[in-house]
Write a protein that binds this ligand. Structure first.
Ligand code: ADP
Ligand code: MG
Length: 482
């Protein structure tokens, strides 16, 4: 039997506002516990919440960014439940009238194909505090600093069919919200948290299978691992005559273990009702138009431009346009050097390899876009070969010079293009390898092409990589064939 996986995601995105969604308390990360929760965030008697205009604007920006419908009349509702990190006894959220309606997000898969994931809606809500279980023996610590931080919860249709699609979607969403500047995208600090709904069904079956929801995954890697594990668990269960029960599950990224948290039967009745303290927020057309005019170039548009203006492949353009800082770095290097193909190769190659190895962001790269452009210029004008360029790049990365020219000069890496010098070097190589020369000349012409590689290698080695490879090839051929 062949199974098909069905995945729908719910994503909590922290909006990058200075203050909370209904109070003036700071949203800054990392403060001493409980120093940034005010009376409104705690829902103390007598307080009145006031909606943060910026939170509304940022939620609208998301809707405009994915070309979704924006609901003009917004109502906030109370979702009632008890939990230690929610001292108000209710979360203020949206139910019937979410700010963002249906929209679409296009994803690109590794094989270059694209797929549309439908967004069901996105609603505004406040975050809860945090329960800390580790450092307090036999007790839990409660930090309410996060309480009242503005979130949008984005809900997709069950359109994804495997972990790769889910991760591609998650990355695309990350790229969209960071490009819009509505979220800092720092997943390690919980700025984006993914809940994955997973079910399986027989291929060809129309009806959806029973789903489980694994909550609060905060890295792409954990998300992929949690999905793969859950799909396997469900298939094993069904094939052993068992049944998937609808439940909420937890996945521990550090141990790779998953467990059930609560079943549907234990689910709360949230007794939603419109918050009597908050008036409906009406969004006027003038506000929509003003925000629309502030939209940056979105990742899809940027990608299309990279393909048409710079002749990049779809896959390369997708990666380079996915992150605002990477896109800007590439574009600057491409324009300054005048060679987009080389700029793309270097950003996707040495630059990203070095960033990964040093575990830093492109904004902190010790080799700037200008420095990379300078290096590319020296490859293009034949001052250095591509191979030597890697040495120069490494030196620049390690701070051994302010630009490529300085490194090339200091280390004497300038390519040898003097015909006389190359000829002398080749003569030495040919003398030292007389037997191979004889073999070459005795070989039929169709075999020589391959054999010449040996001499090129020897000559390049003799020049410590500095001889111009094209000239070496040409002169060798002339000498060997004569
Ligand atoms: P609820 O009303 O219980 O919150 P929703 O219908 O709103 O459920 O769906 C919540 C999320 O679960 C959505 O992202 C949706 O795409 C996804 N989902 C719903 N049913 C399934 C299913 N059978 N398999 C996988 N995902 C599903
Ligand atoms: Mg729902």
């Amino acid at each position: 039997m062949t199974w098909e996986t069905v995945i729908g995601l719910e994503i909590h995105v922290q909006l990058a506002t200075k203050t909370k969604i209904f109070s003036g308390a700071s949203t800054a990360f990392g403060a001493e516990p409980n120093t940034q929760a005010c009376a409104v965030d705690l829902g103390l008697p007598g307080v009145l919440p006031v909606v943060n205009e910026e939170a509304i604007n940022k939620a609208i920006m998301f809707g405009l960014g994915i070309d979704a419908e924006i609901n003009k009349v917004n109502v906030f509702e109370r979702k009632n439940y008890f939990y230690p990190d929610l001292p108000k006894g209710y979360q203020t959220t949206q139910l019937e009238k979410p700010i963002v309606g249906a929209g679409n997000v296009e994803i690109t898969l590794k094989d270059g194909s694209t797929k549309t994931v439908r967004i069901h809606h996105a609603h505004l809500e406040e975050d809860a505090g945090k329960s800390l279980h580790e450092d307090y023996h036999g007790m839990s610590g409660i930090d309410l600093n996060r309480a009242g931080t503005p979130l949008i919860e984005i809900v997709t249709e069950p359109d994804m069919r495997n972990a790769e699609e889910a991760v591609a979607f998650a990355k695309k969403l990350h790229s969209i919200v960071t490009t819009l500047g509505i979220c800092d995208g720092d997943m390690s600090q919980g700025s984006m948290r993914f809940d994955v709904n997973v079910s399986v069904r027989l291929k060809g079956q129309e009806e959806l299978g029973t789903r489980t929801e694994t909550k609060n995954l905060n890295s792409f890697k954990f998300m992929e691992a949690a999905i793969l594990k859950e799909v396997e668990r469900q298939i094993d269960l069904i094939e052993d005559d068992g049944k998937v029960i609808q439940e909420t599950r937890l996945y521990n990224g550090d141990t790779g273990e998953a467990r059930s948290m609560r079943s549907k039967e234990e689910a709360n009745d949230y007794r939603y009702f419109p918050c009597p303290d908050l008036l409906p927020v009406v969004i006027e057309d003038s506000r929509l138009e003003r925000l629309r005019s502030q939209l940056p170039e979105m990742p899809d548009a940027k990608k299309a431009r990279f393909v048409s203006d710079f002749d990049l492949s779809e896959v390369d353009a997708e990666i380079l346009s996915g992150d605002q800082a990477t896109a800007a770095f590439f574009e600057a290097a491409a324009k300054t050097s005048g060679d987009a193909k080389l700029a793309s190769n270097w950003v996707l190659g040495e630059v990203s390899k070095s960033l990964n190895a040093s575990n830093i962001e492109i904004a902190e790269s010790p080799v700037s876009a200008d420095m990379l452009a300078g290096l590319i210029a020296r490859i293009k004008d034949n001052t250095i070969s591509g191979k030597i360029a890697k040495q120069v790049f490494e030196a620049l990365w390690n701070g051994e010079g302010k630009d490529a020219d300085e490194v090339i000069e200091k280390k004497g890496l300038k390519q040898v293009t003097d015909t006389g010098a190359i000829e002398a070097m080749i003569d030495e190589v040919l003398t030292a390898n007389a037997q191979q020369v004889e073999n070459y000349r005795a070989a039929p012409p169709e075999k020589r092409g391959k054999m010449i590689g040996f001499f090129v290698g020897q000559a390049m080695k003799a020049s410590k990589g500095k001889a111009n490879p094209g000239m070496v090839n040409q002169i060798l051929k002339k000498k060997l064939d004569s």
